[in-house]
Ligand binder design. Structure first.
Ligand SMILES: Cc1ncc(C[n+]2csc(CCOP(=O)(O)OP(=O)(O)O)c2C)c(N)n1
Ligand SMILES: [Mg+2]
Length: 368
């Protein structure tokens, strides 16, 4: 039976799930994705995981100064990216979205350049590591201040509506962000204006050391959508196909003029909040171990294997290729060298005023 995939009901009691924990397709409709697309999802998830592991090496060897581990969020992030018209729609991400950057198609050299803050960094070394963006791909640069990117995402979506660009603004954030004033103001405004904005919570149940129950009494994040008169969808974010299909439905619904929506993707973060955090202080190791048993990559691999699309040979080949590509990209980024000091005077004002021009000359003389 083929059922209309756009029939996802908001505010479901249980999270929307299309793959069982054993990787079986349990949706009430037929899959309409070809083999290459499914394998592409898997490749992006594995690449995201291996990138996360590489970042740990970067921080331990002193090559970068800040990481925000994303392992455990891969299915959600890959689902989000593939549901977008990448390069046409706009993405307003947050700092835990490096897997999302991979799936959006940000080149690995740029990702490493951003982590090193050197001459390979499209942001010219001015951003904090793990705060990516891409002008080419319509990815807004990350801002550390939690939820401060929600109002700009709402504003961009309103502009898209007024200018009839047929674009959608997709904005991601964590569960903690939903307790911020900016979050409410931004979502309310986008909802009132009927703007094509899709707000996506990667709910890992922690805001650093503060667990879910200590930062909101809402039963689910999706429930918060009631307050703004928009639909809220609660999804198993460890299921890449549920993440993808719900995001696709919600994005296309917004593109068609139905206004804003809120999606909650339930995930788990395996690592500490960041390289500046010791998570053993606030959660038991047994909880992390239990979450790892529900791993989103292992689950999707089971699905592919059941369909005869994957085996150990393919797995080894993929991992060898990604490891090679990551190392090559890191070396290329490192070879770019330090960001030239005079870059700090670029891009600030449309033409450089005399006093900045003087300071720039002083810097260049000093470094000569
Ligand atoms: C306005 C503001 N308050 C506090 C912080 C410090 N801070 C950084 S990350 C974070 C937790 C955010 O948690 P959540 O939104 O759930 O995202 P997660 O890190 O879990 O993915 C906090 C409180 C900040 N960056 N900005
Ligand atoms: Mg969180």
């Amino acid at each position: 039976m083929i059922k209309d995939k756009t029939a996802f009901e908001p505010f479901s009691l249980e999270p929307i799930r299309l793959l069982s924990p054993e990787g079986e397709w349990i949706a009430p409709f037929e899959l309409d994705l070809d083999e290459a697309t499914l394998k592409g999802f898997y490749r992006d998830m594995v690449a995201a995981r291996m990138l996360d592991e590489k970042f740990v090496i970067l921080i331990r060897t002193g090559k970068t100064s800040f990481i925000a581990p994303h392992a455990g969020h891969e299915a959600a992030q890959v689902g989000i990216a593939h549901a977008m018209q990448r390069g046409h729609d706009w993405l307003f991400p947050y700092y835990r979205d490096m897997g999302l950057m991979v799936a959006m198609g940000v080149p690995m050299v740029e990702i490493f350049g951003q982590m090193l803050g050197n001459a390979a960094d499209p942001a010219k070394g001015r951003q904090m590591p793990s705060h990516p963006g891409s002008k080419k791909l319509n990815i807004f640069t990350v801002c550390s201040a939690i939820a401060s990117h929600i109002p700009p995402a709402a504003g961009a979506a309103i502009s898209m509506k007024l200018r009839r660009t047929n674009q959608v603004a997709v904005c991601t954030f964590g569960d903690g962000a939903t307790s911020e004033g900016d979050w409410h103001a931004g979502i309310n405004f986008a909802a009132v204006q009927g703007a094509p904005a899709v707000f996506v919570c990667e709910n890992n149940h922690y805001a650093i050391s503060v667990d879910y129950a200590h930062q909101t009494s809402a039963h689910t994040i999706a429930d918060k959508a009631h307050a703004y008169g928009i639909p809220g969808y609660r999804v198993d974010g460890l299921d890449v196909l549920a993440s993808y299909y719900v995001m696709r439905h919600v994005i296309e619904r917004s593109r068609a003029g139905a206004g804003a929506a809120l999606v909650e993707l339930e995930v788990y973060r395996y690592g500490p909040h960041s390289s500046a955090d010791d998570d053993t202080r606030y959660r038991p190791k047994s909880e992390v171990d239990a979450a790892r048993k529900r791993d989103p990559i292992a689950r999707f691999r089971k699905f592919l294997e059941q369909r005869g699309l994957w085996d150990n040979v393919a797995e080894n080949k993929l991992r060898t290729q990604i490891a090679h590509d990551l190392e090559a990209a890191l070396q290329e980024a490192e070879a770019a060298g330090e960001a030239p000091a005079e870059w700090m005077f670029d891009d600030v004002l449309s033409s450089r005023p005399w006093h900045l021009e003087e300071q720039r000359k002083l810097v260049l003389d000093e470094l000569r």
